[in-house]
Design a protein around this ligand. Structure first.
Ligand code: ACO
Length: 173
Protein backbone atom coordinates (compact mmCIF):
# COMPACT_ATOMS: atom_id res chain seq x y z
CA UNK A 1 0.00 0.00 0.00
CA UNK A 2 1.36 3.52 -0.78
CA UNK A 3 2.31 5.67 2.19
CA UNK A 4 -0.53 7.97 3.38
CA UNK A 5 0.65 11.47 4.40
CA UNK A 6 -0.66 12.98 7.65
CA UNK A 7 -2.66 15.61 5.74
CA UNK A 8 -4.83 12.86 4.24
CA UNK A 9 -5.61 11.32 7.65
CA UNK A 10 -8.10 11.96 10.44
CA UNK A 11 -5.77 12.09 13.48
CA UNK A 12 -6.40 11.53 17.20
CA UNK A 13 -4.55 14.76 18.10
CA UNK A 14 -2.49 17.44 16.40
CA UNK A 15 0.75 16.03 15.03
CA UNK A 16 2.84 19.04 16.09
CA UNK A 17 2.72 17.74 19.70
CA UNK A 18 5.27 15.12 18.61
CA UNK A 19 8.72 16.66 19.18
CA UNK A 20 10.84 17.35 16.12
CA UNK A 21 13.97 15.85 17.73
CA UNK A 22 12.22 12.46 17.95
CA UNK A 23 11.13 12.68 14.29
CA UNK A 24 14.71 13.53 13.30
CA UNK A 25 16.14 10.48 15.09
CA UNK A 26 13.94 7.98 13.23
CA UNK A 27 15.30 6.15 10.16
CA UNK A 28 14.09 7.88 6.97
CA UNK A 29 11.89 4.91 5.98
CA UNK A 30 9.81 5.33 9.14
CA UNK A 31 7.32 8.02 10.19
CA UNK A 32 5.92 8.79 13.66
CA UNK A 33 2.46 10.32 13.92
CA UNK A 34 -0.74 10.32 16.02
CA UNK A 35 -3.09 7.34 15.63
CA UNK A 36 -5.55 7.88 12.75
CA UNK A 37 -9.16 6.76 12.32
CA UNK A 38 -8.12 4.31 9.57
CA UNK A 39 -5.22 2.63 11.40
CA UNK A 40 -7.25 -0.53 11.95
CA UNK A 41 -6.35 -1.28 8.32
CA UNK A 42 -2.65 -0.62 8.95
CA UNK A 43 -2.22 -3.43 11.44
CA UNK A 44 -2.63 -1.55 14.73
CA UNK A 45 -4.12 -4.58 16.53
CA UNK A 46 -1.52 -6.89 15.07
CA UNK A 47 1.30 -4.77 16.55
CA UNK A 48 -0.45 -4.63 19.94
CA UNK A 49 -0.69 -8.43 19.93
CA UNK A 50 3.07 -8.65 20.68
CA UNK A 51 2.15 -7.21 24.09
CA UNK A 52 -0.94 -9.19 25.13
CA UNK A 53 -4.09 -10.84 23.82
CA UNK A 54 -5.58 -8.51 21.21
CA UNK A 55 -8.56 -10.14 19.50
CA UNK A 56 -9.73 -8.73 16.18
CA UNK A 57 -12.74 -6.61 17.19
CA UNK A 58 -13.44 -5.57 13.59
CA UNK A 59 -13.08 -2.20 11.86
CA UNK A 60 -16.39 -0.70 13.04
CA UNK A 61 -15.79 -1.39 16.75
CA UNK A 62 -12.18 -0.22 16.43
CA UNK A 63 -13.29 3.07 14.82
CA UNK A 64 -15.97 3.56 17.45
CA UNK A 65 -13.28 3.25 20.16
CA UNK A 66 -11.10 5.76 18.28
CA UNK A 67 -13.93 8.32 18.23
CA UNK A 68 -14.72 7.72 21.91
CA UNK A 69 -11.10 8.45 22.84
CA UNK A 70 -11.02 11.57 20.67
CA UNK A 71 -14.26 12.92 22.13
CA UNK A 72 -12.48 13.38 25.50
CA UNK A 73 -10.29 16.39 24.75
CA UNK A 74 -6.60 16.61 25.73
CA UNK A 75 -6.59 13.22 27.46
CA UNK A 76 -5.64 10.33 25.15
CA UNK A 77 -2.46 10.51 23.09
CA UNK A 78 -1.68 7.37 21.10
CA UNK A 79 1.23 7.34 18.64
CA UNK A 80 2.16 5.01 15.83
CA UNK A 81 5.33 4.47 13.84
CA UNK A 82 4.52 3.64 10.21
CA UNK A 83 6.69 2.14 7.48
CA UNK A 84 6.83 4.46 4.44
CA UNK A 85 7.37 1.36 2.25
CA UNK A 86 4.29 -0.59 3.32
CA UNK A 87 2.08 2.01 5.08
CA UNK A 88 1.82 -0.53 7.91
CA UNK A 89 2.26 0.21 11.61
CA UNK A 90 5.43 -1.20 13.20
CA UNK A 91 5.21 0.39 16.65
CA UNK A 92 2.70 2.06 18.94
CA UNK A 93 2.22 3.46 22.44
CA UNK A 94 0.07 5.88 24.37
CA UNK A 95 -0.11 8.27 27.29
CA UNK A 96 -3.31 9.07 29.19
CA UNK A 97 -3.46 12.37 31.11
CA UNK A 98 -5.07 12.01 34.55
CA UNK A 99 -6.39 15.18 36.22
CA UNK A 100 -6.17 15.31 40.03
CA UNK A 101 -7.41 17.51 42.89
CA UNK A 102 -4.18 17.14 44.88
CA UNK A 103 -0.96 19.01 44.08
CA UNK A 104 -2.99 22.05 43.08
CA UNK A 105 -5.05 20.26 40.42
CA UNK A 106 -1.96 18.34 39.34
CA UNK A 107 -1.75 16.04 36.33
CA UNK A 108 -0.10 12.65 35.88
CA UNK A 109 0.76 10.99 32.57
CA UNK A 110 0.17 7.24 32.42
CA UNK A 111 2.14 5.51 29.68
CA UNK A 112 0.30 2.45 28.36
CA UNK A 113 0.47 -0.23 25.69
CA UNK A 114 3.94 0.14 24.22
CA UNK A 115 4.55 -2.36 21.43
CA UNK A 116 7.05 -2.75 18.59
CA UNK A 117 6.49 -5.49 16.00
CA UNK A 118 8.82 -8.48 16.40
CA UNK A 119 10.89 -7.80 13.29
CA UNK A 120 11.49 -4.17 14.26
CA UNK A 121 12.52 -4.57 17.90
CA UNK A 122 16.00 -3.49 18.96
CA UNK A 123 16.13 -0.53 16.54
CA UNK A 124 15.40 2.18 19.14
CA UNK A 125 11.75 2.52 18.10
CA UNK A 126 10.54 1.77 21.64
CA UNK A 127 12.90 4.45 22.94
CA UNK A 128 11.59 7.01 20.41
CA UNK A 129 7.97 6.22 21.34
CA UNK A 130 8.74 6.72 25.05
CA UNK A 131 10.65 9.96 24.37
CA UNK A 132 7.70 11.32 22.37
CA UNK A 133 5.10 10.28 24.95
CA UNK A 134 7.11 11.70 27.86
CA UNK A 135 7.43 14.99 25.98
CA UNK A 136 3.67 15.07 25.36
CA UNK A 137 3.02 14.30 29.05
CA UNK A 138 5.36 17.02 30.30
CA UNK A 139 4.06 19.48 27.72
CA UNK A 140 0.55 18.78 29.06
CA UNK A 141 1.76 19.91 32.50
CA UNK A 142 2.14 16.50 34.17
CA UNK A 143 4.35 16.58 37.27
CA UNK A 144 5.27 12.93 36.68
CA UNK A 145 4.94 10.26 34.00
CA UNK A 146 4.51 6.69 35.20
CA UNK A 147 3.97 3.16 33.87
CA UNK A 148 3.72 -0.48 34.91
CA UNK A 149 5.93 -3.12 33.37
CA UNK A 150 7.29 -6.63 33.85
CA UNK A 151 10.68 -7.16 35.53
CA UNK A 152 12.12 -8.13 32.14
CA UNK A 153 11.28 -4.69 30.71
CA UNK A 154 12.83 -2.71 33.58
CA UNK A 155 16.21 -2.35 31.78
CA UNK A 156 14.43 -0.94 28.72
CA UNK A 157 12.61 1.72 30.75
CA UNK A 158 15.79 2.55 32.66
CA UNK A 159 17.46 3.23 29.30
CA UNK A 160 14.53 5.57 28.61
CA UNK A 161 15.33 7.53 31.80
CA UNK A 162 12.74 6.00 34.14
CA UNK A 163 13.53 4.66 37.62
CA UNK A 164 11.88 1.95 39.69
CA UNK A 165 9.64 3.42 42.40
CA UNK A 166 6.56 1.84 43.96
CA UNK A 167 5.00 -1.63 43.68
CA UNK A 168 2.07 -2.36 41.42
CA UNK A 169 -1.07 -4.09 42.74
CA UNK A 170 -3.82 -5.48 40.53
CA UNK A 171 -7.18 -7.21 40.88
CA UNK A 172 -8.36 -8.75 37.67
CA UNK A 173 -12.14 -9.13 37.16
N1 ACO B 1 16.09 -5.90 28.38
C1 ACO B 1 17.22 -5.16 28.40
N2 ACO B 1 17.43 -4.11 27.56
C2 ACO B 1 16.45 -3.82 26.68
C3 ACO B 1 15.25 -4.57 26.60
C4 ACO B 1 15.08 -5.64 27.52
N3 ACO B 1 13.95 -6.36 27.54
N4 ACO B 1 14.48 -4.04 25.60
C5 ACO B 1 15.19 -3.01 25.09
N5 ACO B 1 16.37 -2.88 25.75
C6 ACO B 1 17.41 -1.87 25.53
C7 ACO B 1 17.97 -1.93 24.12
O1 ACO B 1 19.02 -2.87 24.04
C8 ACO B 1 18.44 -0.50 23.92
O2 ACO B 1 19.65 -0.33 24.61
P1 ACO B 1 20.90 0.51 23.98
O3 ACO B 1 20.42 1.94 23.94
O4 ACO B 1 22.00 0.29 24.93
O5 ACO B 1 21.12 -0.03 22.62
C9 ACO B 1 17.38 0.32 24.66
O6 ACO B 1 16.80 -0.57 25.63
C10 ACO B 1 16.28 0.84 23.75
O7 ACO B 1 15.66 -0.28 23.14
P2 ACO B 1 14.76 -0.17 21.83
O8 ACO B 1 15.52 -0.66 20.65
O9 ACO B 1 14.15 1.17 21.75
O10 ACO B 1 13.65 -1.26 22.20
P3 ACO B 1 12.49 -1.80 21.26
O11 ACO B 1 12.27 -0.92 20.08
O12 ACO B 1 12.70 -3.23 21.00
O13 ACO B 1 11.21 -1.62 22.21
C11 ACO B 1 9.84 -2.90 23.73
C12 ACO B 1 11.20 -2.22 23.50
C13 ACO B 1 8.72 -1.85 23.58
C14 ACO B 1 9.82 -3.46 25.14
C15 ACO B 1 9.67 -3.99 22.64
O14 ACO B 1 10.70 -4.93 22.76
C16 ACO B 1 8.33 -4.71 22.68
O15 ACO B 1 7.39 -4.32 22.00
N6 ACO B 1 8.23 -5.80 23.48
C17 ACO B 1 7.00 -6.60 23.58
C18 ACO B 1 5.85 -5.82 24.20
C19 ACO B 1 6.22 -5.21 25.54
O16 ACO B 1 6.75 -5.86 26.43
N7 ACO B 1 5.90 -3.89 25.70
C20 ACO B 1 6.13 -3.13 26.91
C21 ACO B 1 5.03 -3.38 27.89
S1 ACO B 1 5.04 -2.26 29.30
C22 ACO B 1 4.01 -0.96 28.88
O17 ACO B 1 3.35 -1.00 27.86
C23 ACO B 1 3.92 0.29 29.77
Amino acid sequence: MPFTPDAALDLLFTEDLIPQHVKNELPSELHIRPLSSTDYGRGHLSVLSVLTQTPDVGAAAWESQFHTLRSTPATYYILVIVSRDTDQIVGTGGVFIERKFLRGLGRVGHIEDIAVSHGMQGKKLGLRIIQALTHISENAGCYKTILNCSDSNIPFYEKCGFEKREKEMAKYA
